[in-house]
Design a protein around this ligand. Structure first.
Ligand SMILES: Cc1cc2nc3c(=O)[nH]c(=O)nc-3n(C[C@H](O)[C@H](O)[C@H](O)COP(=O)(O)OP(=O)(O)OC[C@H]3O[C@@H](n4cnc5c(N)ncnc54)[C@H](O)[C@@H]3O)c2cc1C
Length: 380
């Protein structure tokens, strides 16, 4: 094993939206100078940051978690302001409330939207007609957007370059160590091309989403318990009548159909069929490996069959492909479906932070936490 040593300010592990944004923030706003970003894939934002439903949440989705709904209301305008080039607004957004098996009634949903200050209007008759009235109690027109993650990736590439961050692709961090002598941290790395080495730094930001606990060395694992879920989102070419629509059926074992701007298609996800299987996160159970080893047989037929009962026109959609990914959620939010953040400062590994945002717009909640931390460049 060849060992190459160099001391830098910070190592960011994970080049998703979170790792990229944090690297840019540390240089631009906090004055760190030598920052390295490690990404196991050959490009930025190719994992959860791409393989998702692309919904910029604005609260409607979370009638069972007031905090998540409220934070979404706060973060939405900031996200739209900061990444206007990635936002798709020009579609009609509908929330339909199921008559049976829904955890909210239409009345309760209206009241909830009012409480969180989210705009809601009755949908026009021609839009309501798309739904099966025996199964759908009411349909509302809402204000919700979609994001194009390829545009976010373009932003990240540009800003990282501008900030002078050293981005290393196809490079996996495998272990994090503490050096008792000088209070530095060491990250062991394994590039795909071979030749393991290590980097010494003052700070480590573990932004690996599904991979948060897959480090050896002195990394203590996160205190927050995580659940890993292999998910499938189907990419569909929808018939003309659904093209300009985003539809969410609430609130239970139903489905959503949202524009997916990165491919000019729609996603179809179903609460019952999108999660294929799950497990409790453990060090040593590599989620990426588990997903690679899974046969990834699509469940799109079942998604369309069930969704077609509520929205008959979806039966004419054409299946294009599936996005399989590992979704990581906090165990404590399984019941209320909330999507808060994980932000851990590891006491036994000073200078090391683990972060996870349950939604793309949670980035502001993470940056707010970082704002209160003290960072010093070793070059000062
Ligand atoms: C099915 C699904 C649907 C979702 N729908 C939505 C939605 O509609 N709206 C929304 O806001 N959010 C949604 N989310 C959540 C959203 O995708 C995440 O909150 C967000 O993408 C997390 O970004 P990230 O940068 O932490 O993760 P990622 O984009 O996964 O980035 C982590 C990166 O770390 C890299 N990595 C991992 N381990 C290592 C290592 N050891 N060394 C080097 N690199 C490593 C990975 O390759 C990856 O690129 C959804 C998620 C899923 C899975």
């Amino acid at each position: 094993m060849t060992v190459r040593q160099s001391t830098v300010d910070a190592v960011i592990i994970g080049g998703g939206f979170y790792g990229s944004s944090i690297a840019i923030y540390l240089v631009k706003t906090r004055g760190l100078r030598r920052v390295i970003l490690l990404e196991r894939e050959p490009w930025l934002l190719t994992r959860a940051s791409y393989n998702n439903q692309a919904r910029v949440h604005s609260g409607y989705h979370y009638p069972r978690s007031f905090t998540t709904a409220f934070r979404s209301r706060v973060n939405l305008p900031r996200f739209v302001r900061d990444w206007p080039q990635a936002i798709k607004q020009d579609f009609v957004k509908l929330y339909a409330i199921a008559r049976r098996n829904s955890k909210v009634t239409a009345k309760q949903f209206e009241r909830f939207c009012h409480q969180i200050g989210a705009e809601l209007k009755p949908a026009k008759a021609e839009l309501k007609q798309l739904f099966e009235p025996r199964l759908i109690e009411d349909v509302f027109l809402v204000e919700e957007y979609a994001f194009d993650s390829t545009r976010l990736a373009e932003w990240a590439v540009r800003e990282l370059k501008y900030a002078g961050v050293d981005v290393r692709f196809s490079t996996r961090a495998t272990a994090i160590f503490r050096s008792e002598a000088d209070n530095n941290l060491t990250v062991a790395i394994q590039p795909e091309s071979g030749g393991a080495s290590s980097i010494t730094c003052k700070y480590v930001f573990n932004c690996t989403y599904s991979g948060l606990n897959q480090f050896s060395g002195d990394f203590p694992r996160t205190q927050t318990e995580l659940k890993q879920e292999v998910t499938e989102i189907a990419l569909m070419q929808v018939p003309e009548v659904l093209k300009e629509l985003g539809i969410t059926v609430m609130d239970g074992p139903f489905f959503s159909m949202m524009p997916f701007p990165a491919r000019g298609l729609h996603t179809l996800s179903h609460v019952r069929y999108t999660p294929h299987f799950c497990w409790k996160d453990e060090p040593g159970i590599d989620p990426y490996k588990k997903l690679d080893e899974y046969d990834q047989a699509t469940r799109v037929d079942r998604m369309v069959r069930d969704a077609g009962r509520y929205l008959p026109a979806i039966r004419n959609a054409k299946y294009i492909a599936s996005l399989f990914e590992v979704k990581t959620v906090l165990v404590k939010n399984e019941g209320d479906d909330g999507r808060p953040i994980l932000f851990e400062k590891h006491e036994k590994l000073p200078g090391c932070y683990s972060v996870l945002g349950g939604k793309i717009d949670n980035i502001y909640d993470i940056l707010e936490k970082l704002e209160t931390e003290e960072f010093k460049s070793s070059l000062e």
